[in-house]
Ligand binder design. Structure first.
Ligand code: DP6
Length: 360
């Protein structure tokens, strides 16, 4: 329950300090698309946690002398002071203040950078918001050392969700479920939980190469995108389909049913885009090169009896997913066939990761 995260925090006095975390991006297999206030998903989703695409965030904090209830912070992003990021953080602090009241009691210097290039079209909200949330939880832990590890990570995910929905899946675990689902133990709309079932060996060390088709700003912000699901003619069936797909993918992940996994993951990606094409207003977020890549993936899979597949986020970039045992062959396929469809031939090799890491 939301109330669980409102425990009175400050039992100790801490004048100042510094905390730092590295948290990854994630890629959804069953997509979150549609939300209601306050940042609650209309359907459950599941994602692979990434490893190489991550954000490093350090928060230096010092007790303020004035207690006016306002927020005081500076943001340094990739070495430069970033005024443009302030409204987003201000809004985040407003949303989380009732759960972490100390946010108005300190001045924060937030120093952050991403491992992936700034204009790559890779959303940094998941890794950015989760990194900041981990830092805030480290501060809470200094104020109240009694909190349990479960509470620490759950609340970090809860806070991250209030910053950006998908960010709650970037805290802990290699596969993370967000959204209440009858067959996923402890699942909740309030935070992400690590997928606790055993997964078949084929899915261990799964690979994800992000093919950067379009590095520009997103054509449709996710906030606008989620809103398009309100009053969408297919919304209700889409939300129940996602519930069914979580049940299905759970069994595929356990049994190693990779062909079924591929069919489900690709269908989820295309359904996400179909929702955007059939909303009012409507959007096409794929580019010609997105389709070129998809067609080449399908041809390669058929010709080589391969298990590569794709997924998409709300943009033109393609995530190419494949088991580790195909790594070498797929890398040469990417270099010879796919990179020509990427902006400046740019792609990023990534793989399954395990979540947030504290930086000392
Ligand atoms: C298409 O988490 O970026 O990537 O909650 O408004 O911050 P906000 O949205 P965001 O939406 C991500 C949508 C998606 C699918 C997914 O990650 O599940």
């Amino acid at each position: 329950m939301t109330e669980d995260f409102k425990e009175p925090i400050p039992s100790l006095q801490v004048a100042q300090g510094s905390v730092a975390w590295q948290t990854p991006s994630n890629i959804a297999l069953v997509k979150y698309w549609g939300k209601r206030d306050p940042q609650l998903p209309e359907n459950p989703s599941i994602s692979f946690t990434l490893k190489n695409c991550h954000t490093n965030t350090k928060v230096d904090f010092v007790k303020r002398t004035i207690t006016d209830g306002e927020f005081s912070f500076d943001i340094i992003f990739e070495g430069e002071k970033k005024e443009a990021f302030k409204p987003k953080i201000q809004k985040f602090f407003e949303r989380i203040q009732e759960y972490v009241p100390f946010v108005s009691e300190y001045h924060f210097t937030i120093t952050s950078d991403n491992s992936f290039p700034h204009s790559s079209g890779i959303a940094s909200s998941a890794s950015g918001m989760s990194a900041l949330s981990m830092c805030l939880m480290s501060i809470e832990k200094q104020l109240n050392p009694e909190i349990s590890e479960t509470y620490f990570y759950r609340k970090a995910s809860f806070l991250a969700r209030l910053g950006s929905g998908s960010a709650c899946r970037s805290v802990k675990g290699n596969l993370v479920v967000w959204g209440a689902h009858p067959e996923i133990a402890e699942s909740s709309d309030l935070y992400g939980v690590p997928f606790s079932e055993e997964i078949a060996p084929i899915f261990e060390n799964y690979q994800d190469t992000i093919l950067l088709v379009d590095k520009g700003e997103k054509q449709v912000s996710s906030t606008v995108g989620h809103q398009l699901m309100h009053g969408h003619p297919y919304a209700a069936s889409r939300f129940s389909q996602a519930v069914e797909n979580i049940s299905k993918i759970k069994t595929f992940l356990k049994s190693g049913a990779i062909k079924e996994f591929i069919a489900l993951v690709e269908s989820e990606a295309l359904t996400l885009h179909a929702m955007m094409m059939t909303s009012q207003p409507y959007f096409i977020l794929m580019k010609p090169n997105t389709l070129e890549i998809i067609n080449k993936i399908w041809a390669y899979r058929a010709e080589n009896d391969s298990n590569i597949c794709f997924t998409l986020d709300a943009g033109a970039n393609v995530h190419l997913l494949y088991p580790e045992n195909e790594k070498e062959k797929v890398h040469s396929f990417i270099e010879t066939e796919l990179s020509i469809h990427c902006q400046n031939n740019h792609f990023i090799h990534d793989e399954l990761g395990y979540g947030a890491k504290e930086m000392k």
